[in-house]
Write a protein that binds this ligand. Sequence first.
Ligand SMILES: [Zn+2]
Length: 379
Amino acid sequence: MGATMNLTIDGITPGLAGSLFQSPGTGVATPYLGCNIYVTQLNVAALFLTDANGDASVPVNVPNNPALCGAQLVVQGAVWSGTGSVLGMDVTNALELQVGTAPPSGGTFPNDWIHGSANCNTNTDPPIQVHQYAPRTWILRQNACLNYEAPFMYLMIGDTKAMLIDSGATSSASLFPIQATVQGLLDTYEAANNLPDLDLVVAHSHSHGDHRQGDGQFVGQPNTTVVGASLGSVQSFFGFSSWPTQQVTYDLGGRVLEILAVPGHHSTHIAFYDAETGALFTGDTLYPGFLFIPSLNSYKQSIARLTAFAQTRTITDILGGHIEMQATAGVWYPYGTVYQPNERVLQLTAAHLFELNMSIQAITGSTTQIHNDFIINVF
Ligand SMILES: [Zn+2]
């Protein structure tokens, strides 16, 4: 029996892709209906499959292994780039292709983020710093001289949609042109990749004002949807039917985000995991600064769920909403400062999440607990 791998990859026909998977050996046609495949390269050396967690090879002759579904599969070697659907696969032939889980790309960071000024009248930084973290991911930081919160915002682009997580702490488009900045990034990306206008979703880590003041700039713009601030709006937009324990996905086109409800800092708080980069976007639930926790029990459960989730994913960076710690361990900036000349880097690791989980589960009431890279503050 020959191969039954059928792919649709950027318009490449199933026949062509299938022929590349032709097997001279005997085998069992094994359908992987509904799986996504992300083909970056092609190689005719060996075939193996790894599971959704990037663990060691799953025996390729196991039919209908559910661990292979819902994950990105990568053909490693050297021919194509694109996305499609795995309709079927002869996995008993172990001699033609390498197929494995897409390793998260991770990303890069600038040497310095803009961090305000001792005298904002002489501040010459742009209102928004734009940093390309990965090929389809940008980190934006608001100038602290516009608002001491100096939040971070994140833009991710998929094949058909883009998502902005958070819109900043200032509403004025002239002072803080977040919509124009994001549209400029989209326009440049679309032109470079010969793409039509992408739909933009403006979502939020949570509904505190410093994360959504820029929303008004996006309302009424073409191809743009702004997720509402209410809990009901968040739940209905992302399809949560069982809040907060349910885990949902949102597909940007060849880039499926996993979304968890993480109330505790705020009732609407959600976290986003991006398998393309391995980044976990945690908003104000976890960042290098003051973790303000008005709802301890909700927060404990959220951090427990987030920890369990992170243990089954490759987390390259945990990216939150602010920086309030100094580069010196355990030292913070005073609340409201607009000048952070020696601030800690933005990125945290899964180890920080595990450290937070260990600590928070033992806390039973109001407390302030200073860690090297964050401060737990239970009201
Ligand atoms: Zn915030």
